[in-house]
Design a binder for this molecule. Structure first.
Ligand SMILES: Nc1ncnc2c1ncn2[C@@H]1O[C@H](COP(=O)(O)OP(=O)(O)OP(=O)(O)O)[C@@H](O)[C@H]1O
Ligand SMILES: [Mg+2]
Length: 277
């Protein structure tokens, strides 16, 4: 389903990914773990076509995404990939139902069809009675489940999640994790989940250990071979050799957009308003 070959990525003089090879099968639930700064988010963003690798090839569901034009890529992303972020990134002015509908409307589906799918997902998440709540009127766990529903509304082949349970308490965390496996079992989606949660990593089919921009090991359904002493690892202290190195360039990319629109689109809220108008 996902095939990465020799992925390299640098930000200025900082080499973040140093040659990643990875094959993920359809229907697999894979976790990516590793210390802070190892390159997990960078890898996920490249996998999700939100960022470009400097070199290497990425084939997702049979398409070589490195060869797609910007426009084709935006469409591919909208149809094939669902994103779930640590802080849900729901649009505050819109209801739960509207937030879930949004990617479907952006993909060009009718209002009726988008609504039907969103209502189906709300029912699946046991949140039908929260359809008209705005994000501020939802609990943390509910917001995160709405964000998962939003990621699924276009029935993407792949769901990429970056620390999806990072902001949740243990009960909501457990519920969200159960949801991922229920979804895989009922809809057959492929999940790639970046996590610091050893419990979640241990439940997944395979855990990929990333360190310093390289895959250092992979384990099948097993806990991390190098257990973290705290849930959030300490930032890595640069070695003395690094002190003369130039500072890395400031981020060249825009902050992650809520709904991953094309780079030249207006704010997600403005975009959303035009779709719901
Ligand atoms: N746009 C950018 N410009 C410059 N440096 C960046 C940029 N994005 C990430 N980096 C650097 O690349 C390295 C890897 O970042 P990344 O976000 O992939 O780490 P991570 O493994 O997700 O860490 P965490 O567990 O803390 O989320 C870090 O040292 C970070 O400072
Ligand atoms: Mg990260």
């Amino acid at each position: 389903m996902i095939h990465l070959r020799n992925i390299h990525k640098s930000f200025g003089s900082l080499e973040v990914l140093k040659g990643i090879d990875l094959d993920i099968a359809a229907g697999e639930v894979v976790s990516i773990v590793g210390p802070s700064g190892a390159g997990k988010t960078t890898l996920l963003q490249i996998m999700g076509t939100l960022d470009k690798a400097d070199t290497g090839s990425i084939v997702i569901n049979g398409s070589d995404v490195t060869r797609l034009s910007q426009k084709a890529l935006a469409r591919f992303r909208g149809e094939q990939i669902g994103f779930v972020f640590q802080f849900h990134q729901l649009l505050p002015e819109f209801t739960a139902l509207e937030n879930i509908m949004m990617p479907a409307l952006i993909a060009g589906r009718s209002h009726r069809e988008s609504r039907r799918r969103a209502e189906e997902l709300l029912a699946f998440m046991n949140l039908s009675d929260r359809a008209d709540h705005k994000p501020a009127e939802l609990s943390g766990g509910e917001k995160q489940r709405i964000a998962v529903a939003r990621a699924l509304v276009n029935k993407p082949a792949v769901v990429l999640a970056d620390e999806p349970s990072g902001s949740l308490d243990s009960a909501n965390k457990a519920e969200l994790h159960r949801l991922f496996f229920d979804l895989r079992d009922s809809l057959g989606q492929t999940f790639v989940i970046v996590t610091h949660d050893e419990g979640l990593a241990a439940q997944t089919d395979r855990t990929i250990h990333l360190r310093d921009g390289l895959v250092v090991s992979q384990s099948a359904g097993a806990p991390s071979p190098e257990p973290l002493t705290s849930p959030l690892p300490e930032p890595e202290v640069p070695s003395l050799e690094d002190t003369d190195a130039p500072m890395p360039e400031p981020p060249a990319t825009e902050p992650l957009p809520d709904l991953a629109p094309e780079p030249d689109t207006p704010s997600p809220t403005d975009t959303a308003k035009t779709y719901l108008a």
